[in-house]
Ligand binder design. Structure first.
Ligand SMILES: CC(C)[C@H](C(=O)O)[C@@H](O)C(=O)O
Ligand code: SF4
Length: 471
């Protein structure tokens, strides 16, 4: 029978079919952070259970870590310091590899796992964090799990998985100049809605997806969860195999055989999907969110929608509330809207290609003096590479703060927070009330658009700057 890529991955990892809807799924890799693992380890300790396969687990401190530029980082907040020291103690106790606070390779979990070659096509990857969908960019099935599931995975290296439905999102055509994977995914989420992929594993296909770099594909899969998707997938191709082969150095002599197997990882041509959507990349423009949900975005040349035009009363009320919070009127233009802060970071957009885009815009320009702009690389390796390429120096010369890696103001669990009322151009993935600080106002956009906002002092169309460059 024809199968989708998702079904193939479930089949190849199914330890036991539990009932009509559930399978016990084997996990090739389990990633942990300091935030969602403490209770799981405590539960294990209470039961006197060991970690089943410590070598298939890895941990990193990322959510609560300070990002100030000092080389040695000390976590001052007591509760956060305790989370980090607990993680270190638990990893030591159970023999689990840890990227601790001052490890040169520390970074955001979803950034370091792929860059260190831990993610390979065909894997099942679990992590107590919703953006584990990122790893779908490699044809690996990534699921965010809850703390009780983290405990179950530690004890058994398996997960009770409720089998999801299959959705295919096909994107043909070509992205135009100034438009990126971030704009593409914001466009898709705006169209299908923040719950549009709820209950589904989404496979992205089509020539526009094939044309994306592996890092850009990570941006797409990362944000699939913002449309409610359980997981996301992109079938591996030559680009994926190149990226993984150069990083998964431990595979050594098994690599040729692995590559052969990876090539077969795709949906059968006549596989059945429960839902399908089709997009044309040439219709994508730079996008910015106007509200407090990732599906509330518009093209930069559009006007903020009128809640009165909403389809359902719930949508209307949500739009009214969102506009009140964000401080905008229906019909307003986002272009020219003054901002206080710029945040370039997160597992969505803090890899080297993202920083290159930022540098391209910032080069020869200055951050507007009214704006505080921070660049938080996704990992120590990204930071080092950006320094080696001269990007860091360019950004510093332009007036950006060049910081240490971590989640930072993506969710404001460290000192990097918006003050009440501050408006921020952000390359992150969530814009709900208070996400970047109490009463802070977040506008999600691409790295290039955020860089353009930094130099303009207001939300602007990056293509205008690019056109000015051409003159
Ligand atoms: C803290 C963590 C549980 C959370 C997630 O699951 O995604 C965070 O990473 C986020 O982005 O909101
Ligand atoms: S960078 Fe943001 S989205 Fe990614 S794991 Fe950290 S807090 Fe979550």
């Amino acid at each position: 029978m024809s199968r989708t890529l998702y079904q193939k991955l479930v089949d190849s990892h199914c330890v036991l079919r539990l009932d009509e809807e559930h399978v016990l799924l084997y996990a090739d890799l389990h990633i942990m952070n300091e935030y969602t693992s403490p209770q799981a380890f405590a539960g294990l300790r209470e039961r006197g259970a060991p970690v089943r396969r410590p070598w298939q687990n890895v941990a990193v401190v990322d959510h609560i870590i300070p990002t100030h530029p000092l080389k040695q980082r000390v976590i001052l907040d007591e509760a956060s310091a305790l989370q980090a020291s607990n993680l270190a103690r638990n990893c030591e106790l159970h023999g689990i590899a840890l990227f601790d606070t001052n490890d040169p390779l520390q970074g955001i979990e979803h950034v370091i796992a792929p860059e260190l070659g831990m993610i390979r096509p065909g894997m099942v990857v679990l992590c107590g964090d919703s953006h584990t969908t990122t790893h779908g960019a490699f044809g690996a099935l990534g699921f965010g799990i809850g703390t009780s599931e983290v405990e179950h995975v530690l004890a058994t290296q398996t997960l009770v998985h409720r089998v999801a439905k299959n959705m295919r999102i096909r994107v043909d055509g070509r992205l135009s100049v100034g438009c990126t994977a971030k704009d593409q995914v914001l466009h898709i989420i705006a169209s299908i809605g923040a719950q549009g992929a709820r209950g589904y594993v989404v496979e992205f296909t089509g020539e526009a997806v094939a044309a994306l770099s592996v890092e850009a594909r990570m941006t797409i899969c990362n944000m699939a969860v913002e449309a409610g998707a359980r997981s996301a997938l992109i079938a591996p191709d030559d680009k994926t195999l190149d990226y993984v082969s150069t990083r998964a150095v431990d595979l050594k002599r098994h690599l040729p055989r692995a590559v052969e197997l990876w090539r077969d990882l795709c949906s059968d041509p006549d596989a059945r999907f429960d839902a399908e959507h089709h997009f044309d990349a040439s219709e994508v423009s730079p996008r910015v969110t106007w509200g407090t949900s990732p599906d509330q975005s518009i093209r930069i040349d559009e006007r903020v929608p009128d809640p009165a035009a909403a389809v359902t009363p719930q949508q209307r009320d949500a739009a009214i509330r969102a506009l009140r919070y964000i401080g905008l009127e229906p019909g307003a233009s986002l272009q020219g809207l003054a901002i206080d802060r710029v945040f370039i970071g997160s597992c969505t957009n803090a890899r080297i290609e993202d920083l290159r885009e930022v540098a391209k815009v910032a080069r020869g320009r200055k951050v507007d003096p009214r704006v505080r702009a921070m660049v938080v690389p996704g990992s120590g390796a990204v930071r080092d590479q950006a320094e080696a390429e001269g990007i860091a120096a360019e950004l510093i010369a332009a007036g950006f703060e060049w910081r240490q890696p971590g989640c930072s103001m993506c969710l404001a669990m460290n000192d990097d927070v918006l003050r009440p009322g501050e408006r921020c151009a952000s390359t992150t993935n969530r814009n709900f009330e208070g996400r970047q600080g109490r009463a802070g106002r977040t506008h999600l956009m691409s790295p290039a658009m955020a860089a353009a906002a930094a130099v303009a002092g207001c939300i602007t169309d990056v293509r205008r700057l690019e056109r000015a460059d051409e003159r």
